[in-house]
Design a protein around this ligand. Structure first.
Ligand code: ZN
Length: 218
């Protein structure tokens, strides 16, 4: 979640997944589009409980700007825009945000990639309940969408960047975590106080596990 930004290209839009009808919004909003029923369901659950989230989606709909919510199989990554050297999404990364810049600075679309399979397999390994997985997925979405994507889109430019905690900064003081915690409070998902471990249920359980070192390095 805190990796240095790379350039993400959506392959599903021009690849072998043609039907635009597959891209559906959360609720009645066109501000957040996805082909994943799992991600759409998580977004719907957040929208049902958070006024801040709903208001943001309404504003973005009226501005005609949106987030594309993707899974790793729908994207490739590269080190530079339009580079011919591309790679698959890093399978060990939980989520990534990438604003699509038009004319150098304008932002009408933000790509948010969420590695649903990774989150599910980590929970499976821990023997978590379905509910624990689902609420962690909501936490990831709130951070990436409301914490990062929405500020870019409301500003309509790269100047809307909302940063993660800088070195030495308290997590709760960082722009992205402050926004995340405001929605978490409305959605009853607890306050995030720790950036390093993602603020997820599973991270608490992984603290003493060998899986942690691998996950925390991203
Ligand atoms: Zn972040």
């Amino acid at each position: 979640m805190n990796r240095i930004a790379c350039f993400i290209t959506v392959v599903a839009l021009c690849g072998p997944v043609p039907a635009t009808a597959q891209w559906t919004g959360s609720g009645s909003s066109s501000a957040l589009l996805t082909t994943s029923s799992e991600l759409r369901a998580a977004a719907d659950r957040i929208a049902a409980r958070s006024t801040l989230w709903r208001d943001a989606m309404r504003s973005l709909s009226s501005l005609g700007r949106h987030t594309l919510l993707l899974t790793p199989d729908q994207v490739v990554v590269s080190e530079a825009p339009a580079s011919e050297t591309t790679d698959a999404f890093d399978a060990s990364t939980l989520a990534e945000v990438s604003p699509v810049l038009t004319d150098g600075a304008r932002v009408d679309v933000v790509l948010v990639v969420v590695n649903v399979d990774l989150l599910a397999s980590m929970h499976e390994r821990l023997g978590s309940s379905r509910a624990d997985f689902e609420t962690d997925l909501e936490r990831v979405l709130i951070h990436e969408v409301y914490g990062h994507a929405v500020p870019y889109l409301l500003a309509g430019s790269a100047a809307g960047r909302c940063a993660d905690p800088a070195k030495g900064e308290r997590a709760v003081d960082a722009c992205s975590v402050r926004r995340e915690n405001a929605v978490r409070a409305e959605a009853g998902l607890g306050e995030r106080t720790d950036y390093t471990f993602g603020g997820l249920i599973l991270m608490d359980r992984l603290r003493r596990s060998s899986v942690l070192a691998h996950v925390a390095s991203h």
